[in-house]
Design a protein around this ligand. Structure first.
Ligand SMILES: NC(=O)c1ccc[n+]([C@@H]2O[C@H](COP(=O)([O-])OP(=O)(O)OC[C@H]3O[C@@H](n4cnc5c(N)ncnc54)[C@H](OP(=O)(O)O)[C@@H]3O)[C@@H](O)[C@H]2O)c1
Length: 376
């Protein structure tokens, strides 16, 4: 494979680190690395991968970065999105990734896309930019990556199916789920991920966000996007065609596989991740999710039937509520309750630009925080 240049936005996170592990297999030169505030990890990565640029959102860390990395230019996170890299991995958690990811899309090259919250908040704007700039936009999320691999030309699709492990609370009753602890929510049975997405997986909010992500990525209406519980996390996504055929992608529960798919696309490369051992697989289970136990899956259908601001509220209220849960200020059940309350009460302006997204997002975050202070 020809040497490809790569920028990693969110390099110190779970996806970012695994991306660098895949890149270390060879064939990639690193142009820029960007992080939020973990300066020690960023310095270590920069010493190993020798990028041209490093960026850190926390400006108080600039001096430390500069001292530790003579010869490497310090830039802003936004500028890290503007490099001329052949490929940008967009893996900043939350809507903080929106502006730099949009900058990478505008370069018209390849964007491997993990930051689902950005697509949820600004899906129509981002997909318009992908079309306008002719960007190759590759889904990293395992379910979307699976569907991307089996979607052919998108003709004759009856529906797509996103699989969900069901998280740590699949077998729990609603009352136990509502009072689950932070430690219990972080203990995902099959995937090892960052804290925000682990909590989202436990509440099934992650799957709800993925339904919105799939709606934008594959231009499909809500009724053609299904969710099914599949506790083994082996089948990551399926497409059912009009003739009754199902095409599915199988693989280990290891993000290094979809990351490798994106990084080598349209070719294939050897992933440093685990392999699937078919001899140890005795069964594959599928079951419909219980939307009473996991109300995020019900709320998302209302969001897709609503206006653009609904998605922003859904995402931003969830980010604030998850942070409050991780700080042990609200209960686990309080997360989706808060999101539902914000969908009922927040102002829903028209969304025509990124500025509109930011204004709506700011307002929702403030309103959610105020509402949680009142509850506390
Ligand atoms: N982990 C998975 O298996 C997985 C699977 C599918 C999709 N995703 C999606 O991928 C994204 C990343 O998830 P993750 O699990 O890798 O999260 P994570 O482990 O929490 O890492 C988040 C990354 O974003 C960086 N960051 C945070 N705020 C920033 C800012 N303002 N500017 C620049 N960088 C910032 C963090 O930097 P610091 O380390 O310095 O804070 C870190 O590098 C999320 O959208 C998630 O939903 C993840």
């Amino acid at each position: 494979m020809k040497m490809r240049s790569l920028t990693v936005l969110g390099s110190t996170g779970s996806i970012g680190r695994q991306t660098l592990e895949v890149a270390a297999q060879g064939g990639f030169e690193i142009v820029a690395l960007a992080a939020g505030n973990n300066v020690d990890a960023l310095i270590e990565q920069a010493k190993t991968f020798k990028p041209k640029y490093v960026a850190i959102a926390d400006e108080s860390k600039h001096a430390v970065l500069k001292d530790a990395l003579p010869g490497i230019k310090i830039c802003t996170v936004l500028e890290a999105g503007q490099t001329d890299a052949d490929m940008t991995m967009a893996a900043i958690v939350g809507t903080a990734g929106l502006a730099p990811t949009m900058e990478a899309v505008k370069r018209g090259k390849t964007v491997a896309f993990a930051s689902k919250e950005c697509l949820v908040a600004a899906g129509p704007l981002m997909m318009d930019a992908v079309k306008k700039y002719g960007t190759t936009f590759l889904p990293v999320d395992s379910e979307h990556n699976a569907i991307f691999q089996v979607l052919n030309d998108g003709q004759g699709v009856s529906r797509i199916v996103l699989t969900a492990s069901g998280g740590p609370f699949r077998e729990w009753d609603a009352a136990m789920i509502a009072s689950a602890s932070v430690e219990q929510a972080l203990a995902h049975p099959t995937w090892k991920m960052g804290p925000k997405i682990s909590v989202d997986s436990a509440s099934l909010m992650n799957k709800a966000l993925e339904v919105i992500e799939a709606h934008h990525l594959f231009a499909l209406p809500s009724e053609k996007i299904d969710v099914v519980f599949h506790p083994q996390s082996i089948v990551h996504g399926m497409v059912e065609y009009d003739d009754g055929s199902f095409l599915a992608q199988l693989g280990p529960a290891d993000m290094r596989t979809p990351i490798s798919v994106c990084m080598a696309w349209p070719r294939r490369m050897t992933s440093p991740g685990q392999r699937l051992d078919l001899s140890t697989l005795s069964r594959l289970d599928f079951a419909p999710p219980d939307i009473h136990k996991f109300p995020a899956l019900r709320l998302v259908r209302d969001v897709l039937a609503g206006v653009a601001a609904d998605s922003i509220i859904f995402n931003a209220a969830n980010e604030v509520a998850v942070a409050a849960f991780l700080a042990k200020n609200i209960s686990f059940g309080g997360i989706v309750d808060t999101v539902g309350r914000m969908l009922d009460t927040c102002h829903k302006p028209a969304i025509n630009s990124l500025d509109d997204v930011y204004a709506c997002d700011d307002n929702v975050r403030r309103t959610t925080q105020d509402s949680l202070k009142k509850v506390a």
